[in-house]
Design a protein around this ligand. Structure first.
Ligand code: AP5
Length: 230
């Protein structure tokens, strides 16, 4: 399924707790829909890898399981979605994460004459995310996400795509994950009410990744067709 129409960009927001599979689905849907997947977490990790002042601050906050300030991530998204690759649409993974960020996004889209986002909630109970995250490994080069139990690489510790040595994120330790979950339940879960209504859909995030992707595409298809007709 490709973007329906150059004049009606598809704007998707993926919401879910840490480890719910947002990054996994973003990678899949980005391929299926041919739109870029934008992860504020990945953008902040790139700043950390470059050892910038923002990266140092983000590292300290994310290691404690907290959230970086709204103004900072809002500005990051505002400049990222202005880039030409976002013209056919884009998908946001991990943004917005507070009601203030969601309001900023709505205002910004309106000001740029863009449609309001379709919101896909990947619902996973708290007790399954811990195991998922503690067993997550990621390719530092292509970003592909693995899981030692659920999506293991073909060769131990190496990326299937480019043979790079897989790494563990520094914020993937048990103590930090518990704090990230608290932050999600307190600051991000209220977004489910904020987005309640026609633009909101929920999928069962405990299904296998391919099945979740198929459900997301089934939900999206009629909406994309409707967007094409307008
Ligand atoms: P971010 O990188 O966004 O982390 P997160 O939201 O905690 O989500 P994760 O990346 O941990 O999980 P995911 O849902 O993408 O799951 P994944 O697909 O990897 O943010 C990191 C930090 O940056 C934040 O804590 C905060 O400090 C800061 N930050 C970022 N955005 C911000 C914002 N907007 N405002 C303020 N601060 C911000 O999957 C997890 C594991 O499960 C993998 O091993 C995967 O293989 C496996 N898996 C995936 N799907 C399935 C499945 N269906 N079944 C079984 N296993 C599965």
């Amino acid at each position: 399924m490709a973007p329906s129409n150059q004049n009606t960009p598809i704007i998707l927001v993926l919401i879910g707790p840490p480890g719910s599979g947002k990054g996994t689905q973003a990678e899949r849907l980005s391929r299926s829909l041919a739109i870029p997947a934008i992860s504020t977490g990945a953008m902040l990790r790139a700043e950390m890898a470059a050892n910038t002042e923002l990266g140092k601050m983000a590292a300290a906050i994310s290691f404690m399981g907290g959230l970086v300030g709204d103004d900072i991530v809002n500005q990051m998204i505002a400049s990222r979605i202005a880039r030409p690759d976002c013209a056919p649409g884009f998908m946001l993974d991990g943004y917005p994460r507070t009601v203030a960020q969601a309001q900023y996004l709505d205002d910004m889209l309106k000001a740029r004459d863009l449609p309001q986002p379709l919101v896909m909630h990947i619902d996973v109970p708290d007790d399954s995310v811990l195991e998922r995250i503690c067993l997550r490994r990621q390719c530092p080069s292509c970003g592909h996400i693995y899981n030692l139990k659920f999506q293991a690489p073909a060769n131990d510790g190496l990326c299937d795509a480019d043979d790079c040595k897989l790494v563990t994120r520094p914020d993937d330790c048990e103590e930090t994950v518990r704090e990230r979950l608290k932050a999600y339940n307190k600051l991000t879960a209220p977004l489910l009410d904020y987005y309640a209504g026609e633009r909101y859909s929920r999928v069962d995030g405990t299904l296998p990744p391919a099945q979740i992707e198929a459900e997301l595409l089934t939900i999206l298809e009629p909406r994309l067709v409707r967007a094409e007709a307008t």
